[in-house]
Design a protein around this ligand. Sequence first.
Ligand SMILES: [Zn+2]
Length: 384
Amino acid sequence: MRIQVRLPKIQPNEYELPKQCPYDGCSGDAFKPHGRKGEAKAVRDTDHDKVTSYRYKCATCGYTFRIYPAGVSQAQQSNRLKAMSVLLYILGISYGGVADFLWSFGLQMSKTTVYDNVQAAGVVARKRQKATVKHGGQRAIIGADGTFLKVKGVQVGIEVVVDDETGELLGLDITASESTEEIEPFIREIAEQVKAEVLVSDDFNSYKNIADNADLAHQICQSHIIRNVDKVVESIGRPTRMLHPPLMPKGVKSSYHQIERDCRILQGLVRDRPPDAKQILAILYDCYKATLTPRPKQKHSIWYRMKRLIWRLWMRWERITLHDHFEQLDGTNNACERLIGWWIKERYRTMRGYKRTLSIRNVVAVTSLLGAAAEPYDMGLLYA
Ligand SMILES: [Zn+2]
C-alpha cells in the first residue's frame, strides 16, 4: 500500500477570523477584539508548547469567543499531533501502540484520545465522501465488491462502491450477505447520484441483477472470469487419465476424451476473447445440452458441469467483453480490489477485530481518502 500525506503545521502568527459567528443561530460576520492582550495557551505538539489566543466579540449578538493560530483548536493537542496519531493508526499500529510511540517522544496522548482522533477523522472523511458523491459530478464507471470482517467475533459483510477511474471510495455499507436484496438499494442509490453508466464487478449473480435492474452496462472482471474457468477446469480434472471413465450420457456429443480439449478451448476463449467466441460457445453448448439436470443431492456429472459453465459464459459474453468496446475500461475490478485489499484487509490483518461497525465505516473512510488521493493528501483538511 502507498500513502502520501502532508501533516498540518502550527503557524503561530497566522490567525483567521470565522466567516460567521460561532454562536449557534447567529449569522453575524463582524467581530471586535475583546481585550487587547492575547492569552497563552498550552498546546501539545512536536514543535510548540504554547501559542497565543485572542478573544473576539460578535458585533451582532455580543458572544465572545477565542481564536487560535493556524493548526491549533480548542483541543489540547495540535492538529499535527492529531493527524500523526491517525496516520500511525492507519499504518497498522494499535490504538495503545500509537499512544506508546508518541509518549516515547515526550508527546502525551492516551489510547482513548488516539481512538477519538481516528473516529473524528473518519467522520470528516465520510462527510467528504458523501459530498463527493452528491456534488462531485458524474462518475461514468463504478466498481462494486464485497468482503467479510469480524465485529466482536461475528462475521459482517462490507460492501464498497468506488470510482473505477480514481479509486475513490463512494460508499460503504455493512451488510449481512452479498444477495441482491441486501446490496441493491445501496449500490443503486450511489449509481444514480453519480450518474454511472457502467458497473464493474465480479461474477456474482447479484451484480448481474443489479446492473440489469438499474439499466447499467455491466463488466464482469476479467481476472475473476479467467480464475473461475480455470477452477472449474481444474475440478473437472484430467478425465482422460481415469482408468474407468463414466458412461457418456445419451445424446451428448462430446466424448469423455473430448472434454479435456473442450476445457482448453474455454480457457483460450476467456483469455483471447476472439470475435467468433459466441458461435464457438453455441457449438460447444450443443455438444452438452442433452445432459439432464441432476436430481437434488445427485452428483453432478462432468458433462453437466461443462454444460453449466459453457451456458454461463455464453449468456454473460457481452459482460465479459464489454471492455473490448469501451475505451475507459480495463476489464478488471482493480479499483475495488485495491481498496478492499489495502484499506480494509491489510489494516484489519494487524488487529484483533473491530468492536463496532461504525468504527469500520470511519477507519475505511479515512484510509481510503488518504490512500486514493492522487497527490500527497493534506491532512490539515481533516481539521479545516
Ligand atoms: Zn453572534
